[in-house]
Design a protein around this ligand. Structure first.
Ligand code: FES
Length: 106
C-alpha cells in the first residue's frame, strides 16, 4: 500500500497508507488530515484541496491538465509546485509522495 506524507506548515508530518487508485485528497479526508477539505468531492471545482508537491516528486507527479490549471488560478499563494490533490491518483510509483499543505488552508 503506497504511503503519502502530508506536511503541515509547522513541519509536522502525517504519513498515511492509501489504496492505489484513491486520490491524495480522498486519502486526506478519510484520514482526517487537516488542511484539505475537498468540498467538491474531487470534481476539480473548489480548489480546497490545494497542495504543494515536494520538489523531489514534481516530475513523477506530473503537470496539471488545463481544467486543473484554470482552477489553480483561484488558490491563495500559488507556486510552480501547486496541484489540486483530488487530481493526483495514488499508485505504487508514488509510494512515499510528500505534499506540503498551504498555510492559507488552516
Ligand atoms: Fe474540489 Fe479538489 S476537491 S478541486
Amino acid at each position: 500500500m503506497p504511503t503519502v506524507v502530508y506536511v503541515k506548515p509547522d513541519g509536522t508530518r502525517q504519513e498515511v497508507h492509501l489504496e492505489s487508485g484513491t486520490t491524495v485528497m480522498q486519502g486526506a479526508v478519510d484520514n482526517m488530515v487537516e488542511g484539505i477539505l475537498g468540498d467538491c468531492g474531487g470534481c476539480c471545482s473548489c480548489a480546497t484541496c490545494h497542495v504543494y508537491v515536494d520538489e523531489a516528486w514534481v516530475d513523477k507527479v506530473g503537470k496539471p491538465d488545463d481544467v486543473e490549471r484554470d482552477m489553480l488560478e483561484f488558490v491563495i499563494n500559488p507556486k510552480e509546485t501547486s496541484r489540486l490533490s483530488c487530481q493526483i491518483v495514488v499508485s505504487d510509483e508514488l509510494d512515499g509522495l510528500v505534499v506540503h499543505l498551504p498555510e492559507s488552508q488552516y
